[in-house]
Design a binder for this molecule. Structure first.
Ligand code: PRP
Length: 206
C-alpha cells in the first residue's frame, strides 16, 4: 500500500503548531486547511495532463492541461470538513461526496449516519479527507461504501496516522494510496493517537 509522508518543512512546521493543546479554534481551522492544500499538491502530482494549443500573447502556444475533471473529494464528517476548503482551493472544480461517520467511543467501531455521493462517482477518483486515521475503522468503512458505489481509484489525505490503522488498511485495502503529514507513535488505550492532535472534530466544531 503506497503511503506518502509529506515531509516538507512547511508541513512539519504547521503540524507542530497544530499539536499545541491550547490552540484556538481559528488557528486549528486555518492550519488544517493549509496542510490540506499542501497534501493536495503532493497527492495530485501524478494526475495525467494533455497538450493543448491556445492563443498566447505572441501567437499559438502549446500548454499542459489536466485531463478531464474527474475527482471527487470525500470529507468524512465532521472533522474532514476542516480540511476541505484548503483542498478545494487547489482543485476548484471537484465534486463533493459527503460521508457522515463517527466512532463509538466504547467499541471504537464506526457508526454511519449520512451518505451523499457525487453523481457518476464510479467514473471519479475519490480523495477521502479526514484529519486522523486511528484504528482505521472509519476509513475502511468509507472505502467499503465507495467501492460498493463502483469507485475504483481511491486515495486518503490525513494530517496524522497511527501505525495500527495503517497496518489494518494494508490488509483490507492495499490498493488505496495514503498521503499524510505524519505517522505518529501509537494509539492509547482509548484509541487516541499519540502524540496526535487530540479530538480534531471537537477542536474544529466545539
Ligand atoms: C475521528 C476522526 C476519524 C475517526 C478516526 O472522528 O476524525 O473520522 O475518529 O478513528 P478510527 O480510525 O479509529 O475509526 P470522530 O469519531 O471523533 O467524529 P467527528 O469527526 O464527528 O468528531
Amino acid at each position: 500500500m503506497p503511503v506518502t509522508v509529506v515531509d516538507h518543512p512547511l508541513v512539519r512546521h504547521k503540524l507542530g503548531l497544530l499539536r499545541e493543546n491550547s490552540i484556538s479554534t481559528k488557528n486549528f481551522r486555518e492550519l488544517a486547511n493549509e496542510i490540506g492544500r499542501l497534501l493536495t499538491y503532493e497527492a495530485t502530482k501524478s494526475l495525467p495532463t494533455e497538450k493543448k494549443m491556445i492563443h498566447g500573447w505572441a501567437g499559438p502556444v502549446e500548454v499542459d492541461q489536466i485531463v478531464g475533471k474527474k475527482i471527487t473529494v470525500v470529507p468524512i464528517l465532521r472533522a474532514g470538513l476542516g480540511m476541505m476548503d484548503g483542498v478545494i482551493d487547489m482543485i476548484p472544480g471537484v465534486k463533493v461526496s459527503v460521508v457522515g461517520m463517527y466512532r463509538n467511543e466504547e467499541t471504537l467501531e464506526p457508526v454511519r449516519y449520512y451518505v451523499k455521493l457525487a453523481k457518476k462517482i464510479h467514473k471519479r477518483h475519490a480523495m477521502i479527507l479526514d484529519p486522523m486515521l486511528a484504528t482505521g475503522g472509519t476509513l475502511i468503512a468509507t472505502i467499503n461504501l465507495l467501492k460498493e458505489a463502483g469507485c475504483r481509484r481511491i486515495m486518503g489525505l490525513f494530517l496524522v496516522c497511527a501505525p495500527e490503522g495503517l497496518a489494518r488498511l494494508e490488509k483490507e485495502h492495499p490498493d488505496v494510496a495514503i498521503y499524510t503529514a505524519a505517522i505518529d507513535e501509537r494509539l492509547n488505550e482509548h484509541g487516541y493517537i499519540l502524540p496526535g492532535l487530540g479530538d480534531a472534530g471537537d477542536k474544529i466544531f466545539g
